[in-house]
Design a protein around this ligand. Structure first.
Ligand SMILES: C[S@@+](CC[C@H](N)C(=O)[O-])C[C@H]1O[C@@H](n2cnc3c(N)ncnc32)[C@H](O)[C@@H]1O
Length: 380
């Protein structure tokens, strides 16, 4: 039996916020799903909202039931679990969930549909999929055993019985494959090979994207008979990264640095220009950055590291000259030169936005990014 609908005023408030954020009313089928699946039934008693300043604000149902219910029906991502001080699970922002479902173009896929959702967490998104497509169509996979159990029990309490699996979504779930749609709710920096292998030709893979440089964007791929998956990025969503059980520790930074002077200001590549940062992240794999404003080494230093190896670079601003910066680079990669080349390419291509970028993943797993500029696709 389905659980009772959400409080009408709250659900209307959520719908209004979602429609306002998306800039248009969501289609009737999605509106029906949102009205049928009561979000509060999927949330634990303790949830955290962003405080807008890099921290989190606790809402506890036992002490503040009204505030907790307001949060449940706000168009906000709600953190439900921290590990070592970092958020490791959440109920995604409803407008992002719905925007991803819109991107899935469910009505263009042949029926009956099968969908694998990667990252069950609370089960809310899986419940929306069940409301849209029927319980039989949906498989949902969660890595964390306690979350998988809670997600399954939330789904069942709300009256939904998809196939709920505890496992590593990077491996997919071959027992129910092939899928018409794979929909991830954590971000990846490479397409796990199992996802293309477990999707029917002509099917779709939707996943939030991250790179070590920039966590942003949603990748929408179509699978093909030759085993490839091809598609483009869309300029929305920033999701927590996929957890990788047994992933090796990053290599320690190493090497004797060579120094040089650069005319590229570090603020151009790491100062908040999302389009530039996205391009660099996509085309300089493994490069990450952190600002050091302690003044210990220079008035301002940009630290660049290779998350896949020992290479590193630093770029120092001396507090006076904004046209030349002191660079030190060490290790097998010349990381700052790679960043300079990527930024130069981004300028030459007329500063493409996130949604002018795309990706081809061939049957061997080789990733080839492309950029659309002046009516042509340039592979990188
Ligand atoms: C943002 S939450 C998912 C939101 C959720 N689907 C909803 O309905 O709002 C991301 C979830 O992905 C899970 N996750 C991360 N890496 C995973 C992996 N390798 N396999 C399965 N689940 C994973 C996390 O434990 C977390 O619960």
């Amino acid at each position: 039996m389905r659980a009772p609908a959400a409080p009408t005023a709250h659900i209307q408030q959520l719908l209004d916020e979602v429609n306002q954020f998306l800039g248009h009313p969501i289609p009737p089928a999605l509106e029906r799903a949102l009205r049928t699946v009561p979000r509060h039934l999927f949330l634990p008693d303790r949830i955290w909202r962003s405080d807008g300043q890099g921290g989190y604000d606790l809402c506890d149902r036992t002490t503040e039931p009204e505030r907790w219910l307001d949060a449940a029906y706000s168009d906000a991502s709600l953190v439900t679990q921290f590990t070592d001080g970092l958020p490791t699970s959440s109920a995604s922002m409803p407008s992002m969930v719905l925007r991803t479902l819109l991107l899935a173009d469910l009505h263009t896929l042949s029926r009956p549909l099968t969908v694998a959702e990667m990252g069950t967490a609370t089960g809310f998104n899986a419940a929306l999929l069940c409301a849209l497509l029927g319980d039989q169509a949906v498989t949902t996979i969660e890595l964390d055993a306690a979350l998988a159990k809670a997600g399954k029990s939330n789904l069942s309490a709300a009256g939904y019985t998809p196939t709920s699996v505890c496992g590593d979504a990077a491996e997919g779930w071959p027992d129910r494959a092939p899928y018409d749609l794979i929909l991830a709710t954590f971000s990846v920096d490479r397409l796990p090979p199992a996802w293309a292998a477990q999707t029917v030709p002509g099917g779709r893979i939707l996943t939030p994207w991250n790179s070590a440089w920039c966590c942003y964007g949603t990748l929408a791929l179509t699978t093909h008979r030759d085993g490839s998956a091809r598609g483009r990025f869309h300029a929305f969503a920033s999701y927590m990264p996929m957890r990788r059980p047994g992933a090796p520790e990053p290599a320690p930074m190493d090497g004797v640095p060579r120094t040089a002077t650069s005319t590229l200001t570090p603020w151009a590549v790491a100062g908040g220009d999302l389009n530039a940062e996205f391009h660099i992240g996509l085309t300089v794999p493994g490069a990450s950055f952190a600002w050091d404003t302690s003044g210990d080494h220079a008035p301002v230093r940009l630290e660049v590291a290779d998350t896949t190896g020992p290479s590193w670079a630093t770029v120092d601003y001396d507090g006076h000259h904004s046209d030349r910066f002191t660079v030190a680079q060490a290790g097998p990669r010349r990381l700052w030169e790679e960043i300079e080349a990527a930024y130069e390419r981004w300028l030459t291509l007329s500063r493409p936005s996130v949604d002018q970028h795309g990706l081809i993943v061939d049957a061997t797993g080789t990733h080839t990014p492309w950029v659309e500029a002046a009516g042509r696709k340039h592979t990188v």
